[in-house]
Design a binder for this molecule. Structure first.
Ligand code: CIZ
Ligand code: SF4
Length: 307
């Protein structure tokens, strides 16, 4: 790691009164220079509570937009504006409006992995940690769920287990990175490490998730790793998560389900770009006021079901 870069980032951070947020999927050295590491909504909410003037969001674009929505008075920067979520790019406003027109009595729930203009079109937002509670809580028999068809399948399964009947209408999006975590990798690792627990993410396919001991969002993975008595854990999500888990739990062993589970967009953020971001105050993330207002409503609605 370049020590100069780290100390320069530290110096600029003070000068700008900035906080650096790193998503769990960031490379280790970016996580290490951050003030907070976590999931997109948790980070955005935490940053809103600080008196920082500037937020540097090390993650993908929709996450920086979420931070801006929750902190409209702060300057929000993303070190590389090309870091876009492939799943979030699978849906557009026009297509969503067409689907809504087809199902006029449905309520619309969007995963947090959506751009602000999609959030603005929805009744409630959700994370992978609270999706089931949000869908169950909404007063509607039909739910349009966007953009992740696998998270939708996960929600459907959990609703069934709770005895809740709702018709789910999924958008056919998915995360290409989580799709790479195929069942055969988990089967092979299970044989090789018989004492290990397997955790996977709801963005994985149902076939993959069937092989897991628990299907968890990244924040719940952190909690599981800290609280579980398992000494060895196989992790089925983006590989950056391993750094976070290993740093927080040095006495435990974490193995990635596959080293192929790399999000190329998350990896566009480097220490050099974080430094340049603070140095040149780039790239500023803005959300149009009207869009931000509507997106805030969807986020607030989610909070009603989660607290
Ligand atoms: O919202 C997030 O941060 C994502 C993409 C994943 C998770 O499970 O936390
Ligand atoms: Fe999007 Fe998948 Fe990357 Fe997460 S891992 S930011 S869902 S493409």
């Amino acid at each position: 790691m370049s020590v100069d870069l780290v100390s320069e980032i530290e110096r600029l951070k003070k000068e700008r009164n900035a906080v650096i947020l790193a998503h769990n999927y960031q490379v280790g050295e970016v996580q290490d220079v951050a003030d907070m590491v976590g999931d997109s909504l948790g980070l955005s909410r935490e940053a809103a509570e600080t008196d920082a003037d500037v937020i540097v969001f090390c993650g993908v674009y929709f996450m920086a937009e979420t931070a801006k929505i929750l902190s409209p008075e702060k300057t929000v920067l993303i070190p590389d504006p090309n870091a876009r979520c492939n799943m979030a790019a699978m849906i557009d406003v026009e297509g969503l409006r067409a689907l809504k027109a087809k199902h006029p009595s449905a309520q619309v729930v969007c995963y947090v992995n959506t751009t602000a203009d999609i959030k603005a079109e929805c009744d409630a937002c959700c994370t992978s940690a609270n999706a089931v509670d949000v869908v169950e809580g909404l007063d509607a028999d039909e739910i349009i769920f966007v953009p992740d068809k696998y998270l939708c399948a996960f929600v459907e399964k959990q609703l069934k287990e709770r005895g809740v009947k709702k018709k789910m209408i999924p958008w056919q999006g998915f995360c290409p990175t989580h799709l790479r975590i195929i069942p055969n990798y988990l089967k092979a690792l299970k044989e090789k490490h018989p004492g290990a627990r397997i955790i996977t993410h709801p963005e994985c396919t149902p076939d993959t998730n069937r092989l897991a001991d628990a299907v968890l969002s990244t924040s719940k993975m952190s909690k599981f790793a800290a609280e579980s008595d398992a000494k060895e854990i196989i992790v089925g999500t983006e590989v950056g998560m391993l750094h976070r888990l290993q740093t927080d739990n040095p006495g435990k062993k974490f193995t990635s389900a596959t080293e192929l589970a790399v999000c190329p967009n998350m990896k566009l953020i480097t220490l050099q770009k974080v430094y340049e971001s603070l140095r040149d105050m780039k790239f500023e993330v803005e959300v149009e006021e009207e869009i931000a207002k509507k997106a805030t409503k969807a986020i607030d609605r989610m909070m009603e079901f989660t607290g």
